[in-house]
Design a protein around this ligand. Sequence first.
Ligand SMILES: NC(=O)c1ccc[n+]([C@@H]2O[C@H](COP(=O)([O-])OP(=O)(O)OC[C@H]3O[C@@H](n4cnc5c(N)ncnc54)[C@H](O)[C@@H]3O)[C@@H](O)[C@H]2O)c1
Length: 361
Amino acid sequence: MMEAAANIRLPGSAPYEYPIFIQESYAGLAQILRERPGKLFVISQKGLESVLDLFFRESGVPRDRLYLIEQGEENKHLNQLGEVYNWLIQSGIDRSSSIIAPGGGVVGDFAGFVASTILRGVPFIQIPTTLLASVDSSVGGKVAVNADFGKNMVGSFYHPAFVYCNVSVFSTLPEDEWSCGFAEIVKHSFLEETSRDLNYLEQNVQNIRKPEILSLVIRDNVRFKASIVSQDEKEAGLRSILNLGHTTAHALESITHYKKFSHGQAVSRGLVTALLLSEKTGLSATDRERMLSLMQKLALPLDTAGFGAAELLEHMKFDKKNTGGQIRFVLLEKPGKPVFGIPITAEEFENAWSAQKRLFG
Ligand SMILES: NC(=O)c1ccc[n+]([C@@H]2O[C@H](COP(=O)([O-])OP(=O)(O)OC[C@H]3O[C@@H](n4cnc5c(N)ncnc54)[C@H](O)[C@@H]3O)[C@@H](O)[C@H]2O)c1
C-alpha cells in the first residue's frame, strides 16, 4: 500500500503542490510513471550504477533515455549544460516529456535546472538516493548549477511534479554521506517548534538507520521543511532559519575551497558554534548539552578542525547573508525557537570558537 508521506502546499496553486512518496522499493513508481504523458528522460551521474540498475529494473523506464554527467560536485556546472540540452533536443524532447533525476543533491540540482530551462520548462521528477537529498535538497524547489566563481550561482525556483524516495538504496551510502544527512536532520529537529522531532530522534537514535524508523524521520523532516518553504519560498525572511549552523559552515567550506569537508561535516561543526553563540539569545546550558549529546550519539564531527577564529572571520566577511557589513547568525532562544539575522561581533565569535575548541578539540 503506497502512501504519500507528505503533501507540500506552497502559496499559489497546482504547480506548487506535489506528493512526496517515501517507500522501501521502487515498485510503486512504475504505475505512476506509466500514467504520465510523453517521453521520460533520465539524467543522473556516473558512479551510481547499482542504484540505477535497481531504478530501471523496478520503474520500467527504458534505459536508452539515460544521460550521465561525470562524477563529483564540480560537474554540477554551467559548462555541462550545452551538451545535455543538445542531447535532449536530438532525442525528441517536447513539452509533454518529463525529466527524472535519480541521484543525490548534485543530480537533483543539475537535472532540475535543466528541466526548468529546456523548452522553458518541462515536468521534473526527483528520485533522491542520498539521505541529504531526501530530507533537504529534493524539497523546497531550489535548483541550480555552479559557475566558475561560486556554487549555485545560476539557478531557479522550480518544483518537481513529485518526489519518490526509496530508503533501501541508502544501504550503500558511504559513512560520510550518512553524516551529511544526519547533520541536516538534527538541524531541522533543533528548529522544529514542538520539539517532537528532537524527542523522536533522542528516543530512536540507536535504531535510526532501520528503514521503518528512517522513513518516519524523513517524512517529518520533509513536512518541517515544506512548512517553512510554504511560508517563505524565496527566502525573504523565515526560510533563512534553515541556515542554522551555515555561517560557520560556509566559512569552513570556502577556506578549504570546498575540498576538505563535505557540506554535512561543515554544517555539523557550524551547528556547535551556533549552539554556543546562542547563550546570547538565552539558550540554556541544559538545552545546549542535550542537543550536543544527540549530535555525539550520531557520531557527527564537532571539533574546530585546527582552524583559528581569525581566518574564519576573514571568510565570513563575504557571506552573502551579511547586511550592513555585519556578520549575522541564526541562533536559538530555546529548542524550536530560532531567531535570524542576529549580529555577532568578532569577539563573540572568537569566544564561541575557543569554547568549541576546549570542548571538542
Ligand atoms: N537544492 C537545495 O535546496 C539543496 C540543499 C542542500 C544541498 N544541495 C546541493 O546538494 C548537493 C549535495 O548533495 P548530496 O550530499 O546528496 O551529494 P551528491 O549528490 O554529490 O552525492 C554524494 C555521493 O554519494 C553518491 N551516492 C548517491 N546515492 C548513493 C547511493 N544510494 N549509494 C551510494 N552512493 C551514492 C554520489 O555518487 C556521490 O558520490 C550539493 O551540490 C548542494 O549544493 C541543494
